[in-house]
Design a protein around this ligand. Structure first.
Ligand code: ADP
Ligand code: ZN
Ligand code: ZN
Length: 803
């Protein structure tokens, strides 16, 4: 037999399966999806078994060396998904596969073996290995061929358990447990202990009645009965209790207690929405749903109920939430409902913790995986539903190889398993909304809030007016007045500034004019060298102006303020206010994010000032005022999605204000109050926004009317990068149909990163059936050059960022 192996070398020449002979000792043991070690040239490298066949076209085939997994880490489904993903996102197969497994096992951990049960029941030849130890190291134990074979058999028969342990010792976690001796007649502890050892008797009574057949941690015993270490030690010495160390999962939520909450009675809206979902589960049908519900409309409750039905059928569920909303509050709601059936896959976990959570899924010990983007690869084999909350979030797109979108993977898996996929959002992406209106997705709507609480009031202040009245500060009079009012009442305030000192566009303070590209409908970016305004999509440029072309005012200039500057201004205007600032500078250290939020929650500050990183997960009852200091900074990013992102952010922040009893207010400051993004966010009107935005997309030729692919080339030498992207663009112009447009090449919005110059070109197309093949070929053709000359070419099929 032969194994077709995808080796762990990400390069064009190795982007195919290599054949290896399966030695007899591994016959029947090697399975597709296992990681193995194979000889490759002079080296030994890792790889994944892709397929097993009984023939090869090679005359001389080397044997595979070593098996790393007792069970496949990639299921057949994931193997198939990886092939599709590699093709669709133009990456190597190995890259796709590696992205599906946790980093802990990518990092070559130590393999530890231990008996599943009593060591005395192991095959005779293995018993000596465990005579003096509870566990052995695979590398040391499996030196001889014979013994290695026996170990593999035992693993296969589940007589042995394998653990991957990271080299880092802190990753190992054991706990001391106690249990009653099971073999032999149970000693009569009452007579043995007599009347004197009261505490000891109490412990024995308690364990006998509550844990007659299982073990209990020593810590629980000491805490429950208020006994000391010494009491337990005496019992262990007398042989009345057995003591063991057991490896436990590192549970990142162990200090949280989850109570079983009562399920609320569903509202009529929720019932209506759930009905087609239940039907799809029942009928095992792949149905993609778009659940559009305003903030607070009870979407999460819908997810929970849908999952209940899925679990009743004995099936499994994946729930994706944006990284940033993986806050304890969100996780709690799933843990409360489904308890230990939930694994949480979180990028803030240590790599060991993440591996533990993944392993619970892999071993089928849980039925629900809640996690960020990569949880979409959770190795369930009996999926009954996939849910993506806040489906519009940009973070579902991976910005590095493989450049996949979690939505695309979720839909693939739903189709594979024949199960529903729910995409939920208060502000669906235009792409998804368009698909729903063409019935590609089934639209479900929750138009009202649970309990009919009102949406918060949003007020727009026109900063042009402020300037006319002589107010040059970052705060409008209205906002300042409201802040003062909240400070007096002892309520809390959140202030958003779009991003730290990001100021690349030019705006007229007098009339709100910003220069836009006549071809692309996006804002032009100011370049200091040459004083030019440039379009980063098509390369169009014009000279910087000194007077506003609209109103002739000379208040036209660079736009943008940093959080630090705003903080200084607050201190000047309101010296009594206590301010917490949250931006990349104050949150770069691990844990500082949570610490700052906690301190705000404890009311150690009145004002939380930050970039959009604070837009989500803010659920503080005392916040009654949210101020958006400059909506324009987001609105005028050189990105066709800027209006959509603005609408989403404004909706998100107004969803934040006044979640509780205190009514919330939102003040949005802007120089372009008439913009539809801002107007429709004020009236909470998604439909109207979507309609206006669709018109805009049609005019500009953007998704969902066109598809976009972005090519970015970077190199130390600007000319080299430019030349390469020119060549690629020229090639694409001849290879693609005349209906498709190639924009650029042009310099990237961020022209240089880490001393590498960046150039890009954009493909806009409607129907280009060969595009994937053309791009994959082109990517392979440049492989040598990329390796030899340190050239980087990235191909992004569905870019979410244009930086
Ligand atoms: P969304 O996810 O759409 O923002 P949530 O599911 O978080 O909305 O619901 C908002 C609030 O309403 C939560 O506090 C939730 O517990 C509560 N809730 C949801 N459904 C119901 C219901 N049927 N009856 C009572 N309260 C509900
Ligand atoms: Zn003007
Ligand atoms: Zn342009």
């Amino acid at each position: 037999m032969y194994a077709k192996v995808i080796v762990d070398v990400a390069a064009a020449q190795t982007n195919r399966a290599f054949d290896y002979r399966i030695p007899e000792e591994f016959d029947g043991i090697v399975k597709p999806g296992m990681r193995i070690v194979v000889p490759f040239g002079p080296r030994k490298i890792q790889g994944f078994v892709w397929k097993i066949t009984d023939q090869t076209e090679l005359s001389r085939v080397k044997p595979l060396q070593e098996i790393l997994d007792p069970y496949p880490v990639l299921t057949n489904e994931l193997l198939e998904l990886g092939e599709w993903l590699a093709l669709e996102t133009v990456c190597f197969l190995i890259t796709a596969y590696q992205s599906m497994i946790p980093s802990a096992i990518r990092a070559k951990p130590k393999k530890i073996l231990r008996p599943a049960g009593d060591p005395a029941e192991l095959p005779a030849e293995l018993q000596p290995l465990f005579a003096e130890t509870k566990e052995i190291n695979w590398e040391q134990a499996a030196a001889g061929k014979e013994i290695r074979l026996a170990l593999k058999k035992a693993l296969q028969n589940e007589e042995l358990i394998i653990d991957y342990r990271l080299q880092d010792r802190t990753n190992k976690k054991t706990v001391r447990v106690l249990r009653l001796p099971s073999s032999g007649p149970t000693k009569d502890y009452k007579t043995e202990l007599g009347n004197k050892a009261k505490k000891q008797t109490e412990v024995m009574n308690w364990i006998s009645s509550y844990y007659p057949n299982t073990s209990v941690t020593a810590q629980t015993v000491m805490k429950q009965l208020g006994v000391t270490q010494g009491v337990i030690q005496s019992l262990v010495k007398k042989g009345l209790l057995l003591e063991e160390y057991r490896e436990i999962y590192r549970d990142p939520y162990e200090h949280h207690s989850f109570s079983e909450t009562e399920r609320p009675l569903l509202t009529d809206q929720q019932k209506q929405v759930l009905q087609p979902i239940h039907t799809a589960v029942e009928k095992r049908e792949y149905v993609p749903f778009l659940l559009h519900g305003v903030t607070g409309s009870g979407k999460t409750e819908v997810y929970l109920r849908a999952i209940e039905t899925v679990l009743d059928k004995g099936k499994e569920a994946i729930v994706l939430v944006p990284e940033i909303s993986l806050t304890p509050q969100m996780v709690e709601r799933f843990k409360e409902r489904f308890g230990s059936q939930v694994a949480v896959l979180h990028s803030a976990l240590s790599s060991g913790e993440k591996y533990d959570e993944w392993r619970k899924v892999h071993r089928k010990e849980v039925k629900v995986a809640v996690g960020a983007r990569s949880a979409v690869f959770a190795p369930f084999e009996n999926l009954g539903i996939v849910i993506i909350d806040e489906e519009h979030e940009g973070s579902y797109k991976q910005e590095d190889h493989p450049r996949y979108h979690a939505r695309q993977v979720a839909l693939w898996r739903g189709n594979y398993h024949g199960c529903p996929v729910i995409l939920g959002s208060a502000t669906p992406s235009l792409e998804s909304y368009a698909r729903a209106s063409r019935n590609v997705y089934q639209l479900l709507e929750l138009p009202g809030r649970v309990n009919n609480t009102a949406m918060p009031e949003v007020e727009i202040t026109d900063m042009r007016e402020e300037l006319k009245q002589g107010n040059r500060s970052a705060f409008s009079r209205l906002l300042l007045e409201k802040i003062r009012d909240r400070l007096n009442k002892g309520e809390q305030i959140v202030l958003f500034l779009n991003r730290r000192g990001y100021s690349t566009f030019v705006m007229c303070r007098n009339c709100g004019y910003t220069a836009a590209c006549p071809h692309c409908e996006i804002t032009l970016t100011y370049h200091h060298t040459g004083r030019l305004l440039k379009c980063h999509y098509c390369g169009y440029h014009e000279p910087m102006v000194n007077k506003c072309p609209e109103c002739d005012s000379d208040h036209i200039r660079f736009f943008g303020t940093g959080t630090q500057k705003v903080q200084e201004e607050i201190t000047q205007l309101l010296p009594e206010a206590r301010v917490i600032r949250m931006d990349v500078d104050t949150t770069s250290r691990k844990g500082s994010h949570e610490k700052l939020l906690q301190s705000f929650r404890n009311e150690e500050a009145d004002i939380l000032l930050g970039t959009q990183m604070i837009a989500k997960g803010l659920d503080f009852p005392k916040i009654t005022l949210v101020g958006v200091l400059a909506a324009d900074t987001m609105l005028h990013l050189p990105d066709f999605r800027a209006p959509e992102r603005t609408f989403q952010l404004l909706t998100q922040v107004s969803g934040r204000a006044g979640r509780d009893k205190l009514r919330g207010e939102v003040v949005v400051q802007t120089y372009t109050p008439e913009h539809y993004s801002i107007q429709y966010a004020r009236t909470h009107d998604f439909q109207a926004f979507a309609q206006a935005e669709m018109g805009q997309r049609k005019r500009g030729g953007y998704p969902p009317y066109y598809y976009i692919t972005l090519l970015t080339v970077s190199h130390e030498n600007a000319a080299k990068a430019m030349k390469t992207v020119d060549q690629m663009a020229a090639h694409l112009k001849t290879a693609l149909s005349p209906e498709s447009k190639i924009l650029g090449p042009t310099v990237s919005p961020i022209a240089r990163i880490k001393d590498r110059y960046r150039y890009q070109c954009m493909i806009k197309y409607k129907n280009e059936p060969d595009l994937i093949r053309i791009l994959n070929d082109m990517h392979s053709n440049y492989q040598k050059e990329m390796a030899k000359e340190d050239l980087t070419i990235s191909i992004d099929m569905e870019p979410q960022m244009f930086m």
